[in-house]
Design a protein around this ligand. Structure first.
Ligand code: DP6
Length: 393
């Protein structure tokens, strides 16, 4: 039997506290500002990918959630695969004892353990898992930082999913090749393990504007974006990094909420305007704002990406209380458990109930409780997604 060259990996979702919104170079995916995110645990949300190289494969092929995707020449998938093959070819040239597999075609099979319909961005974890799987298939010595340069070419936010914990994407200044626009770990997950996230999956009937085209329009039309890029983000990046280093949750929360607000303000300042949040999103903002009024420092931080779902960051001792509050306004069809114990709808002492109306079941169609987590993982060959023929199992 001939050798099987393959690897299976998983990669996490990340949710930004300082948002990436805008490119200064579309093809290299170079951002107009640096950004910072929290990597969420793969125990709850992950993309899993198998990559195999074989001389019998007649072309590169990729399947996503069971459906074959076309690898368009010059497209993002094509760029990532080509770049990884280039690194392997360099590696083979430097290590003549290594098998010559760089020229083989590859089959890649990937799936997300969360439904795309949940409206959670899957491109970040997907491209991170793809690049990481190819790096393991090719046994490359490259660091996660190096690999983040390639994941970035798949989807900007994907570069941050190459690390666990708290991750910055430094915008860099090399506009010719983008060699310094890469991810950097600010702190590992072990630094602040009390950091948890409650994702409110908000019902969304309409298909919104994609991140790629939305931010393109913002760059061309929004004057407010220019102010954000030059005056706001640089100091915010420095402040949130310090807040994370010192584990000052109140400051972390305020910066996160302000930055989500500004991202959505910039979307509104786009012409024609873009709305990602809906009435449910705004009700959750009102509820978290009232909750934070009750304590000296914020105990919860909301943030929203290019859709209506809320991600609420909070520390372990406060998560149950926040989940109770969300349940009070957004009743669930199914029981919700945290730490094995059922969560009952309740309002904290002194909470002004009138800040929002109580919604019907289904307005928030699910709650996902998770925490800060680790970077990409290598899985065993038993978890391969490809059968002996190299097609999805
Ligand atoms: C709002 O990374 O999806 O989630 O680079 O065009 O693929 P492309 O965009 P993408 O944009 C993510 C935007 C965001 C903010 C963030 O994750 O920083």
């Amino acid at each position: 039997m001939s050798n099987v060259y393959q690897a299976t990996t998983s990669a996490p979702v990340n949710i930004a506290c300082i948002k990436y919104w805008g490119k200064r170079n579309e093809s290299l995916i170079l951002p107009t500002n640096s950004s910072l995110s929290v990597t969420l645990s793969q125990d709850n949300l992950r993309s899993t990918t198998t990559a195999r190289a074989d001389p019998s494969f007649t072309t590169d092929r990729l399947w996503l959630n069971g459906k074959e995707d076309i690898i368009k020449p010059g497209g993002r998938l094509h760029t990532c695969i080509t770049e990884m093959k280039r690194l392997r070819a360099e590696f083979e040239a430097a290590n003549p004892d290594q098998p010559k597999i760089a020229s083989f075609n590859v089959h890649i099979c990937s799936f997300n353990n969360f439904p795309t319909a949940a409206g959670l961005a899957s491109s970040a974890s997907g491209f991170a898992a793809l690049v990481y799987a190819l790096s393991r298939l090719y046994v490359l010595p490259h660091s996660p930082e190096d690999l983040s340069l390639i994941a970035r070419r798949g989807s900007g936010s994907a570069c941050r999913s190459l690390f666990g914990g708290f991750v910055a994407w430094d915008m860099g200044s090399d506009d010719a090749t983008g060699s310094d626009s890469k991810a950097r770990q600010v702190a590992p997950e072990s630094h602040w393990p009390e950091m948890e996230a409650l994702i409110c999956v908000v019902n969304d009937a309409k298909k919104g504007t994609s991140s790629t085209s939305g931010m393109q329009r913002t760059v061309v039309t929004s004057a407010l974006l220019q102010h954000r890029i030059s005056e706001v983000v640089p100091s915010r990046m420095a402040e949130i990094e310090r807040a994370i280093a010192d584990k000052r949750f109140g400051d972390f929360a305020e910066i996160t909420m302000r930055d989500s607000n500004q991202f959505h303000a910039v979307a509104l300042d786009t012409y024609p305007p873009i709305f990602y949040m809906n009435d449910v999103s705004r009700a959750i903002i009102a509820i978290i704002t009232e909750y934070n009024r009750l304590s000296e420092q914020p105990k919860a931080a909301y943030t929203y990406d290019a859709g209506p779902n809320a991600v609420i960051y909070a520390l372990t001792p406060n998560v149950r209380e926040i989940a109770q509050l969300v349940l009070y306004y957004f009743p669930q069809a199914e029981k919700v458990f945290i730490g094995g114990k059922e969560v009952e709808a309740a309002l904290p002492e002194g909470f002004n109930e009138a800040v929002a109306k109580r919604w019907e079941v289904g307005a928030v169609k699910g709650l996902i409780h998770t925490r800060v987590g680790d970077g990409p993982r290598v899985l065993s060959d038993r978890e391969t997604l490809l059968n002996a023929q190299g097609t999805p199992k």
